[in-house]
Design a binder for this molecule. Structure first.
Ligand SMILES: [Zn+2]
Ligand SMILES: [Zn+2]
Length: 454
């Protein structure tokens, strides 16, 4: 018997044998059917055989992946617990297949002191769901004026720095942040947007915004900031990471920068490779996010960037907002959607199944690539022997319907309600303990499986 969610504490020390799954670990170019043994919170062996002292989990027909990592999550605590808490956010993470997340510091107060970093770490430990890596502020109080104490924050355990929610607007501040962070080899994650070009905008500027008569946010607002960030990274040798890339222009700029060796990494969110600005025709505020949903040519560019390696990471930008806030008129509603519990299904349904990405390429962008960017790749995002026993067992064939009422997240602001998706996390193991397990087949899924042979 595998320990079930809830009673793992009493049997935490028993080893687990993941038997007969297709083990895909991009960190060691591994893709074959074999067994994985977890013991004492670590990956103990590949190609292991049962010795009788372990719990055996039958993984036949499943994919065994290093635990998924989402490096862009807004947990809202402290300050906006009506939207999400560290407990509900990390519960949503494991339900979605993530064993590690990085939380963004635009809380109230923002995460710009060692004490706040430690508060997050403490609350995450108490929630005891998944690993939480802390991203701290670039500037004091996220005001964009004065650098935060990056050295102290780094010492407290911050893995990266960001003022997300807003860009690091001041180019001189960004330059100094990039120079300073070279000392700790940590990246600056930037929300690339030139605000003068997006003032008052609620959606992508294009044909649809013209027809609807809604104020637009042009793609060039993102392109200009991406271009600046590339130039500053190139000038300083610092590490820039462009968040939630959504425009064809940015993808092109990044591709060319990488080709000439700029230290630059990037991410794309599921909504930007699955939805277009056409969704706004319903005036649904669950389609309002920043950067906005854009036209099909931008969606195609994001997918092409994912396929050719221009885009390193798939992350959610999980941005919960309580219902009463999202119920406001489109121009008053806040930007953002929840993403933790739909990301994996969207990746499988919209990138892997149509053949845009193979499994190994897709999983690399959700495991070892974010782990490397955050500097945690020795123990996370890999199933190498000795790594932390964080594993996501994926059922690639199960079909299910997105039902926000079942979300573990405190908020339900998603444009994907009612979508039929294929594939999701079946069992999620963190530090050798089962933190999430889907109920017996058919109980929560639609029950219909594809006939496709594996
Ligand atoms: Zn952002
Ligand atoms: Zn964000």
């Amino acid at each position: 018997m595998i320990p079930q969610e809830g009673n793992y504490a009493v049997r935490a020390t028993r080893p687990i044998l993941l038997e007969g799954g297709r083990v895909i670990d991009p960190s060691q170019s591994l893709d074959r059917i074999t067994n994985v043994r977890l013991e004492d919170g670590r990956v103990a062996a590949l190609d292991a055989i049962a010795t009788g002292d372990e719990d055996v989990l039958d993984c036949s027909g499943k994919i065994v992946s290093p635990g998924l990592i989402d490096m862009h999550v807004h947990l809202r605590e402290p300050g906006r617990e009506e939207d999400e808490t560290i407990l509900t956010g990390t519960s949503a993470a494991v339900a979605g297949g993530f064993t590690s997340i990085a939380c963004i510091p635009n809380t109230e107060p923002p995460i710009d002191t060692q004490a706040t970093v430690e508060f997050i770490q403490h609350q995450a430990a108490r929630a005891d769901k998944c690993n939480v890596f802390v991203v701290a502020c670039v500037s004091k109080n996220r005001e964009g004026k004065e650098l935060a104490e990056l050295g102290h924050l780094s010492q407290a355990g911050a893995v990266a720095f960001s003022d997300d929610g807003a860009p690091v607007y001041d180019a001189e501040l960004m330059r100094r942040a990039l120079e300073y962070c070279r000392m700790f080899d940590k990246p600056i994650l930037n929300h690339a947007e030139v605000r003068e070009l997006t003032q008052g905008g609620v959606m992508h500027e294009g044909v649809v915004s013209m027809i609807l008569g809604l104020p637009g946010m042009p793609a060039v607002a993102e392109d200009v900031m991406t271009s600046r960030d590339i130039a500053l990274a190139e000038a300083t040798g610092g590490r820039i990471h462009i968040m939630h890339v959504s425009s064809a222009g940015s993808v092109d700029l990044i591709r060319r920068a990488k080709a000439r060796g700029v230290r630059l990494t990037t991410e794309v969110c599921p909504h930007h490779f699955t939805l277009t600005d056409e969704c706004l025709r319903t005036f649904d505020s669950n389609c309002k996010m920043s950067p906005p949903l854009r036209g099909q040519e931008h969606v195609n560019a994001c997918i092409a960037g994912l396929a050719d390696g221009t885009i390193d990471v798939i992350c959610t930008d999980h941005a919960p907002h309580a219902l009463e806030k999202k119920m406001r008129e489109l121009d008053q509603a806040p930007f953002g959607i929840v993403g933790l519990e739909t990301a994996l299904g969207l990746v499988i349904t919209k990138l892997i199944e149509p053949g845009h990405l193979d499994w190994s390429t897709a999983l690399a962008k959700m495991t070892i690539n974010p782990a490397r960017i955050l500097g945690v790749h020795r123990t996370k995002g890999t199933l190498k022997v000795g790594a932390d026993a964080d594993v996501t067992v994926i059922d690639p064939d199960v079909r299910w319907t997105v039902d926000p009422a079942k979300f573990r997240s405190k908020s339900t602001n998603t444009p994907f309600a009612g979508w039929k998706l294929q594939g999701r996390a079946d069992t999620v193991i963190v530090a050798g303990r089962v933190k999430h397990k889907v109920a017996a087949e058919g109980a929560t899924a639609d029950g219909r499986r594809t006939a496709k042979a594996r």
